[in-house]
Design a protein around this ligand. Structure first.
Ligand code: HEM
Length: 356
């Protein structure tokens, strides 16, 4: 609780042209409460990764709402409607492309944010609960990527769905919702569409509010390499928001450029009975394991990684947060990360195999 022991003075607001306007808005909405003090290091890129993850989520919401106006989630029309978004809809191809690249960026950023939290031991007491909220959001982000891939209804999406259904069967009663039998009157594509539109983003929003409230309650963790916090150097949280906004605009520019230069491809309507595609990169490690050990490996490896993440704050409980003084935990985490990277890269030299 090192950050909350001594109440710090609220940093003084600078004078400026927008001051009267902010004053008027504050009188009505209390926005001045956002000017609570945060340590200077919160403005580092490493500590801004969570904010940038949230930034990409906002891009996904905006572009997703636009795409939903034109997408048709029935199996007969889904693939064609995506093609028409790219060819017939005003800014359709760009919006679809930005949605795709932002989704990839969100997965990458949430992984980097998680690694930053692990490296600095930010999951330690009293932040274990918020770490678990984070792990749940991580699963939801991956779930959003998966359901989004299926929506294209091309060979890649179709094969992803078939794997998902087979894994759901392995889970027995627990996986029932993800099988076609759960609602025989409605194609599973339509149910995954509703999950992609409502369940996944809705739960992320609720958990994100909880995540932010807990970050506010505990205070941002102290920098392990900067022992004493000098409160004179504290800055208002609004400066941090501005900083994340600036990083975010650079990111948006980069994603916009990628969207113009490399629009995502969409394959032909799926053919049943063949297995010829590779999944998106965040599932590559599972793909290699499936090639080696069969379909069950997808289930056990995902559950295994999830359990490791959940247990981490309860295994590494000592007060030490500097990474050099936690050699065993950091070496173990490093090994797992290395294994995941190697398993993923092996996909590049592996021919797709038939498993279903
Ligand atoms: C949708 C995904 C996520 C978003 C948008 C998000 C957002 C944020 C933000 C804005 C912060 C404060 C600034 C920072 O430390 O970067 C934060 C802190 C934190 N997050 Fe996340 N986060 C997400 C996922 C995760 C995941 C996957 C984990 C870990 C499994 C996690 C664990 C934490 C912890 C423990 C803190 C407190 C860090 C500290 O005090 O130093 N978050 N998150």
């Amino acid at each position: 609780m090192e950050d909350r022991d001594v109440p710090a003075p609220v940093p003084q607001r600078r004078r400026g042209p927008g001051r009267r306007l902010i004053g008027a808005v504050d009188e009505r909405l209390g926005v001045d409460a956002l000017r609570y003090p945060v340590p200077e290091h919160a403005n580092n890129l490493g500590w801004s990764l969570g904010g940038l993850t949230a930034f990409t989520f906002v891009i996904l919401l905006v572009t997703g709402v636009y795409l939903a106006q034109f997408y048709n989630p029935t199996p007969e029309a889904a693939n064609q409607s995506v093609r028409e978004i790219s060819t017939d809809v005003w800014l359709g191809e760009f919006t679809r492309s930005l949605h795709f690249w932002s989704a990839n960026a969100m997965v990458l950023l949430v992984i980097l944010h998680l690694l930053r939290v692990v490296l600095h031991g930010s999951y330690k007491r009293p932040r274990e609960g918020n770490f678990l909220v984070g792990v749940t959001m991580f699963a939801l982000v991956i779930g959003g990527m998966f359901t989004g891939t299926v929506l294209k209804w091309d060979q890649e999406g179709f094969e992803a769905l078939l794997h998902n259904i087979e894994v759901a069967y392995l889970l027995g009663g627990l996986g029932f919702w993800l099988t076609p039998e759960a609602a025989a009157n409605l194609p599973i594509l339509v149910r995954l569409y509703s999950a992609h539109l409502m369940l996944v983003p809705g739960l992320i929003i609720v958990l994100l509010v909880l995540h932010a409230l807990l970050v506010k309650r505990h205070g941002i963790s102290a920098h392990p390499s900067i022992p004493g916090r000098s409160r004179e150097l504290d800055e208002p949280f609004t400066h941090h928001l501005r900083r994340v906004g600036a990083f975010g605009l650079v990111l948006l520019g980069f994603l916009g450029l990628l969207s113009v230069l490399i629009p995502p491809i969409i394959g032909a309507t799926p053919v049943e009975g063949i297995e010829v595609t590779r999944p998106p990169w965040m599932f590559w490690w599972l793909y290699t394991l499936e090639n080696w050990f069969g379909l069950r490996a997808i289930l056990w490896a995902s559950v295994g990684l999830g359990v490791l993440l959940v247990l981490l704050p309860f295994i590494d409980r000592g007060p030490e947060r500097e990474w050099r003084r936690r050699p065993f935990v950091i070496a173990a985490v490093g090994l797992v990360v290395l294994l995941l990277i190697v398993l993923s890269l092996l996909v590049l030299v592996t021919e797709p195999e038939q498993h279903l």
